[in-house]
Design a protein around this ligand. Structure first.
Ligand code: ZN
Ligand code: ZN
Length: 213
């Protein structure tokens, strides 16, 4: 049951292809887990498609004419089957970046039992996977730009709410928080930022340049 979703602005940017690669990866990963945002994105795509139609011819998908005619005549076929995520922890868009599921991740320790793996994306924003042992806190920090955190396993809490698999937390300059993984399974998240974080403690601040966060 996903309770924290993507903003309209993110879905519009994704649909228009204007997001940095790291943000696109997070949006695609959330959408593959979330029926609600998949439907919202389809609506966005339809609006964008209508605008495009006035500008240039676009090759139609096979069956598009039949589907359109069926819709006009009121005999629309069943909604197309949604693509189910492959079994395992990581949905397909993320799998392609990692080269497999969770066991393929090459984690690096960042202190306190927390591990991370930076994913290769174009500059402008960065993407990393975070592994936070149950009961462990990520050092408290603020944000210079936007930070999106998508939970893939376990759950964390911070000053704002609880976030579990599929939930996205959107943090900006206004939020200072200390995410803490719930006791139990390690919490694994995909986090993307378009600016470095602002750590409040001295040690994390000193380490930051080496950790690339
Ligand atoms: Zn959603
Ligand atoms: Zn944060």
């Amino acid at each position: 049951m996903i309770r924290h979703h993507l903003s309209d602005a993110l879905l519009t940017g994704y649909s228009a292809g204007t997001l940095p690669e790291a943000f696109s990866l997070l949006v695609a990963t959330h959408v593959s887990l979330c029926d609600e945002c998949r439907a919202r994105l389809a609506a966005q795509d339809a609006v964008g498609g209508a605008l495009l139609d006035r500008q240039e011819a676009v090759p139609m998908a096979e069956g598009a004419l039949t589907a359109t005619l069926a819709r006009i005549t009121g005999t629309a076929p069943e909604a197309r089957p949604v693509s189910r995520p492959a079994p395992g922890l990581f949905p397909e868009p993320l799998r392609a970046y990692v080269g497999g599921d969770a066991e393929a991740v090459r984690w690096r320790p960042v202190g306190g039992g927390v591990r991370q793996a930076i994913l290769p994306t174009a500059s402008g924003a960065s993407a990393r996977l975070l592994y936070i042992p149950g009961g462990t806190a990520v050092p408290d920090h603020g944000h210079r730009g936007t930070e999106l955190t998508l939970v893939l396993q376990g759950a964390f809490r911070d000053e704002t709410d609880r976030f579990a698999r599929g939930d996205v937390e959107t943090a900006d300059e206004a939020l200072e928080h200390t995410p803490i993984a719930e006791a139990g399974d390690p919490c694994i998240c995909l986090a993307v930022t378009d600016a470095p974080l602002r750590f409040n403690g001295l040690i994390p601040r000193l380490l930051q340049p080496f950790l690339k966060i």
